[in-house]
Design a protein around this ligand. Sequence first.
Ligand SMILES: Cc1cc2nc3c(=O)[nH]c(=O)nc-3n(C[C@H](O)[C@H](O)[C@H](O)COP(=O)(O)OP(=O)(O)OC[C@H]3O[C@@H](n4cnc5c(N)ncnc54)[C@H](O)[C@@H]3O)c2cc1C
Length: 489
Amino acid sequence: MRRIGEAEHIVIIGGGISGLSSAFYLQREAERQGKELRLTIVDGADSLGGKINTLQRDGFVIERGPDSFLSRKLPTIELAMDLGIEDELTAQNQSGKTAFIMKEGKLHPMPKGLVLGVPTDLEAFMASGLVSEEGKRRALQDLEMPGDAPEGDESLGGFLSRRLGAEIVQHVTEPLLAGIYAGNLSKLSIQATFPLFAEAERQHGSLIRGTQHQQQNKGKGAQPAWPEGLREELKGSAFLSFKRGLSSLVDALDKALAGAERRLGETVTALVKNDSKEDGKLAEARYEIVLESGERIAADGVIITAQGFHAASLLEPHVDAAALHAVDYVTVANVVMAFDKATFGVDFAGSGFLVPRSEGLRITACTWTSTKWLHTSPDDKVLLRCYVGRSGDEEAAKLPDDELKQAVLEDIAKSMGITAKPIFTEITRLPRSMPQYPVGHLDNIAGLRESMAKELPGVYVTGAAFGGVGLPDCIRQGKEAAFSALSEL
Ligand SMILES: Cc1cc2nc3c(=O)[nH]c(=O)nc-3n(C[C@H](O)[C@H](O)[C@H](O)COP(=O)(O)OP(=O)(O)OC[C@H]3O[C@@H](n4cnc5c(N)ncnc54)[C@H](O)[C@@H]3O)c2cc1C
């Protein structure tokens, strides 16, 4: 029950980047508006950060979850600046930028001008060995075919095969885009994942022409202006990270939110709606958050940033949560291996490689981390990060540690000829960690939010399950939820 004069209380479920961003912008905006607000962050894990989890070991900076973020989407940079940690931002090594794709056991450099798997430099594409002559001719038919996008949403795989043909999708586009979602393109929604592709076809009648146009117009409105004061060298890097790892962001948020209560290691099991009024004058706090221990926390507003399947169980007694059940989650693992440079026997001129399903390896990609990110490794060492697990092929990610390590060692021997013994291996399993937005996702979520506005005013859902999985999208969504929650109080 809330007493007169007490600050309103918002409970944020989930202390990952979405929840922390919500809390940070709620606190900042409430201060700006002179509103008194009490904040509580509840997370079932023992520490904040959710998927973000940096390990410092023997001079290495090892990312157990995400390792960087897209610079073009500004919310992460803006948040770093709001927190005063922009000096810690670091750019990708510009001399190790080339990425490779495996084809029939060999690593091929990605042709120049490939934008998310769509060729825009046609000369470079025609010279590439990644796709057969027939596959190239089929991809270029995109320039002649009419734009015949169906009304509404369609699958990313269906769209790409329709425009570019099956071969380029199988060997180039799928491994590239699946790197982001660990997904099966034929099940992912184009509108919820890469709406710019659909936009390209709609506006230019061709995916290639539309993507070329989008690239040419970068910096002319398509790329929002860089925040003032951002260091020049950061602007040229497609991806950024932090010198001491992404956990710097979490640590800075933790510090900035010193005034917020935290309930870590406590899982929320139910959301209860209080409908009764006290003496007809002052409503009780509108909601109660029930913890696993049975304790109840009164809340005037609630922001849920839990994974879709967790959020669904909290919402289900109040609204139809089918939109969240429709979001599958894929289990992945990442296996980081450190080596001595002296015995490694291989040199890299690039950032890593992707492995199409047809290659039959257990690893789906490998980042040459010490070449791509110079801050991650001592000069005399090498750091590799291998990804395991994708939609429809999650078994390898669930192997016991010794078998998983062996599988990765076999795959790096096959793909790169590496036979050196690692100094150490760090395995991180991320069960049900990659949300897969199904066709129709955006409409499903809009419907869910509409019924929540009716049945659960003051309760918001946001985070990776909703409008984008990357860190910038999660921060943007967290911020939007903060503004909605505050304006509704
Ligand atoms: C292996 C991997 C690599 C990735 N790489 C990148 C990358 O390089 N760049 C990038 O931009 N993005 C990357 N991503 C995506 C990005 O990391 C995530 O989408 C993002 O961190 C999700 O943040 P979130 O706060 O929405 O969710 P989470 O980080 O999942 O946080 C949700 C939190 O809610 C808590 N929770 C859930 N249910 C309850 C409950 N009932 N009670 C209490 N607490 C609860 C959980 O414990 C968790 O801490 C990667 C993801 C993975 C898995």
